[in-house]
Design a protein around this ligand. Structure first.
Ligand SMILES: Cc1cc2nc3c(=O)[nH]c(=O)nc-3n(C[C@H](O)[C@H](O)[C@H](O)COP(=O)(O)O)c2cc1C
Length: 209
């Protein structure tokens, strides 16, 4: 069965633009794959602990005879969720020019040396098969275009982090300037929805086989 992993991390619950827009993305995927199962991982409501010393233990060489403890077990679980997903949908705010720390904690659990990537002389090589990843980013100000007055460490960071494990087919949807008043917000939402319609028209959306 097709599976969609929906990751959200805004602390603003129902008020969150990134959560709402990423839900629109999931709806579109579901329109073509009504049988798909959606797993929601809400990193704001149920934050992940930071990786701990059990995790460092893997770096020293995991012992297959010992059950994985602490954050290593959590890492196994989160990696399994990612491996089983045919498509990944992420809704994230921009927090201080990059992803919120809640999403960073998830990344710390799934980018695992020897498990989801290996170092090679040419650089880190991902061990997971590629599949589509859709990312809705909400920001209060602008970080793209000629009026941007702040750096964007979010987009390149997510590309590098997810690319490390082998996820290279990323589709970004920006919702910028979401604190600039009702009209500006409505216009931005319409623009992002139009892009979504072009990228994921309600017909013929293929998930990974
Ligand atoms: C801790 C924090 C840091 C933020 N940092 C930025 C930032 O660096 N750039 C920006 O444009 N907006 C920033 N914002 C504004 C949010 O990105 C904006 O409110 C966005 O709509 C939040 O996404 P959401 O609607 O999905 O919750 C920040 C908000 C918070 C709470």
């Amino acid at each position: 069965m097709k599976k969609i992993l929906h990751i959200v991390c805004s602390p603003r619950a129902e008020g969150s633009y990134s959560t709402r827009f990423s839900s629109r993305i999931v709806e579109r995927l579901m329109a073509s794959h009504p049988e798909a199962e959606v797993l929601v991982r809400d990193l704001a409501s149920v934050p992940l602990p930071q990786v701990d010393s059990d995790y460092a233990y893997t770096l020293a060489g995991a012992r297959p005879d010992v059950a994985a403890p602490g954050s290593l077990a959590r890492s196994d679980h989160l990696i399994a969720e990612l491996e089983q997903a045919d498509a990944v949908v992420i809704g994230t705010p921009m927090h201080n020019y990059t992803v919120p720390s809640s999403l960073k904690a998830w990344i710390d659990h799934v980018l695992r040396i020897g498990r989801t990537f290996v170092p090679t002389p040419e650089g880190k090589q991902g061990l997971l098969p590629d599949r589509p990843v859709y990312v809705a980013v909400a920001s209060g100000g602008l970080y793209l275009g000629e009026h941007a007055r702040q750096p964007d460490f979010l987009t390149p960071y997510l590309k590098a982090a997810l690319g490390t494990v082998g996820l290279r087919t990323l589709h970004f949807f920006a919702l910028q300037g979401m604190v600039r008043g009702e009209e500006a917000v409505a216009a931005e939402w319409r623009g992002a929805m139009a892009l979504l319609e072009r990228q994921l028209p309600l017909r013929a959306i293929a998930l990974a086989d």
